[in-house]
Design a protein around this ligand. Sequence first.
Ligand code: NAD
Length: 301
Amino acid sequence: MSRIAFIGLGHMGGPMAANLVKAGHDVVGFDVVPAALDAAAAAGIEIAPSGADAATSADIVITMLPSGRHVLDAYNGAGGASGLLAAARPGTLFIDSSTIAVDESRAAHDAAAAAGHRSLDAPVSGGVVGAENATLAFMVGGRDEDFAEALPVLEAMGRRIVHCGGAGLGQAAKICNNMILGISQIAVAEAFVLGERLGLTHQALFDVASNASGQCWALTTNCPVPGPVATSPANNDYQPGFAGALMSKDLGLAEQAIDLTGVDAKLGLLARSIYAEYAAGEGAGKDFSGIINTVRDQSRA
Ligand code: NAD
């Protein structure tokens, strides 16, 4: 069993770190928010006075932070705080599970290597429920031998773990997947509103499309109208699920990657602007399938 420093004990990091304790690892954690520390201590995580203190004695350092800026600042130190990279023993394995831009992720890998460490990017999907139940999917970028070492640790927090390639390619897979998801959720919403205007019942459209070429996760799991899929957020006033703010963030990362690569991703960019508008209002805290209400509201009377 490893000694693991876990930095960022929020909605995702808190339950992920708790699952590492359950699997028998020795976990030392840090967060800048005191309430997160209290919950972590109750789950059996040793609390360090700072991130750097947590990293000093660790074999593996996992970060689960809001953005790329947070990750790079935590790695390198910011505002006078000492960084995780400088504090850790040479050769420590750094695993960043935050969702961040591919170029920021590669900068984090470069910084770790320059400091004499090894690193993986390992963003997740599956949300808070997946974090609590240790059923997350991990998309991992980095070297084969580092992936092999991390695998048993990731298996304590997740169910499906895919090695996507070298540095940054876990983030690339996450961003590409969520671009498909954002576009397809809008497509399903538009189809239901069009069906309504044409006189189709929700159930009839669902019965046809879910068994035809329109079939996709946004329809069969996250159906944006109440009724056909009892567990979809539409049946519960669009309580997330996956909040509009997070979809907007991930599509912003896709936009950065599109800019960087020059890909002609018209639908990805359109989805980015549609979800940015959704997340600027009350959609921020609603499931992203609630975009159907925007489609209805903005349709001609
Ligand atoms: P969160 O805001 O709940 O947790 C982030 C934590 O990091 C907070 O507790 C914050 O206090 C802490 N933090 C910030 N700076 C810190 C620092 N310097 N040192 C220590 N702690 C620090 O966010 P979350 O929902 O747990 O998401 C974390 C990451 O996972 C994000 O990148 C998000 O995009 C990604 N993600 C979230 C979900 C989800 O459903 N919530 C799903 C998949 C991926």
